[in-house]
Design a protein around this ligand. Structure first.
Ligand SMILES: [Zn+2]
Length: 65
């Protein structure tokens, strides 16, 4: 399943990008953002999002690779 960023149209979002959208926007989200646009949307830095992804990975979350 291929997703694209609704803000900038970037295609082929990575597994981690899709995973963090689901985590932060909710499982039922129909809007997916790339890393840059998600950071912009949430008013955080890209690094904050990368840190979050690492946290979820450490918890063993299967949404991330
Ligand atoms: Zn984008």
């Amino acid at each position: 399943m291929s997703k694209e960023c609704i803000a900038c149209g970037k295609t082929d979002l990575t597994k981690n990008e899709i995973g963090i959208n689901i985590k932060l926007l909710g499982e039922k989200t129909e809007a997916y953002y790339c890393m840059d646009c998600l950071a912009d949307y949430l008013e955080v830095s890209v690094q904050d999002i990368l840190d979050k992804i690492e946290e979820f990975k450490e918890e063993g979350c299967k949404l991330f690779s």
